[in-house]
Write a protein that binds this ligand. Structure first.
Ligand SMILES: [Fe+2]
Length: 291
């Protein structure tokens, strides 16, 4: 059983100890997160432990493979299976293998073509699957870049445990507000007058299988937040963290052969422009995670 006493707002000693461990040798630049994987279909013991230990500390690792792999090979599924992560989220936009092709027009489900991930526009801060059912929250988000964009397409990355810690240090009431089970609602998605996906109400921060999980989107349309003062003040504090420069934020552009393995950390995507080649990223999301 994972010890979660540091997430108990009444247990200041456990929290302070967790925080100190978390921040000791915390990555200070993007390069600190990068490792090389020689053969994604046969990870070495050393590569596995690098991935696991970096994700334990910063909830993310950026990898690059020695060569670019053919897109029909299930690279993401293979890497994660070797790490014991197997509960793939087969969402509607994903293809048969369960991986999504993030490229303009890449949705496997025509109704999602207009959705921003399948366009070249910028996407603000979010975690993946914030509209998922409570028992289908995304614990692991992985990406692999087939082709980078010629211009733009950078991602900002921010460990959600760092956000938790910054908010809790400012005021534990912010955490209380974000742990309310009905703090954020994503309204139902309608298709042809029918409910294709019901309302999704849930917390921002929760503990799933002993680990902190964050459910968030900076979008301002099609979202409703609790209107009480505690929530509104907490929301403002979170927006300030996301808006302002912070040494814990990393920015990088995934190039061909590069990818991300993360415990669904907060991220953005800048708008991009393609000329000769089309930007294409593969994405696989999972309900489980490395321990
Ligand atoms: Fe995303």
């Amino acid at each position: 059983m994972t010890n979660t006493s540091h997430f108990d707002l009444n247990n200041v000693a456990a929290y302070e100890q967790w925080k100190q461990e978390k921040l000791t040798d915390y990555p200070s630049k993007l390069e600190d997160l990068v490792i090389e994987i020689k053969d994604p279909f046969s990870l070495t013991k050393g590569e596995k432990s690098e991935i696991i230990s970096r994700c334990r500390q910063a909830n993310m690792v950026i990898y690059h493979t020695a060569k670019t792999w053919d897109e029909n090979q299930p690279l993401l599924l293979s890497i994660m299976q070797q790490l014991g992560v197997t509960q793939l989220d087969h969402n509607l936009g994903a293809g048969e293998q369960g991986t999504s092709s993030l490229t303009p027009g890449g949705s496997a489900y025509a109704n999602f073509e207009k959705y921003i991930p399948y366009q070249a526009k910028a996407i603000g801060w979010h975690t993946d699957g914030y509209y998922n059912a409570p028992d289908r929250q995304i614990q692991t988000l992985t990406l692999y870049c087939q082709n980078e964009s010629e211009e733009g397409g950078e991602n900002d990355l921010l460990d959600h445990e760092i956000v938790y810690l910054l908010l809790r240090d400012k005021n534990p009431d912010y955490i209380r507000a974000f742990m309310q089970p009905d703090v954020m609602t994503i309204p139902a998605r309608m298709e042809n007058g029918e409910v294709a996906r019901p309302d999704r109400t849930g917390p921002v921060f929760s503990i799933i299988s002993g680990h902190l999980h964050m459910r968030y989107t900076a979008r301002t349309k099609s979202i409703s937040w609790q209107q009480d003062e505690q929530t509104q003040v907490a929301l403002k504090a979170l927006e300030d963290i996301l808006k302002n420069p912070l040494s814990y934020k990393f920015q990088g552009k995934l190039m061909s052969g590069w990818g991300l393995i993360s415990h669904n950390v907060l991220h953005t995507r800048q708008a991009f422009k393609d000329n000769q080649q089309t930007r294409k990223l593969h994405r696989a999301r999972f309900y489980d995670r490395m321990n």
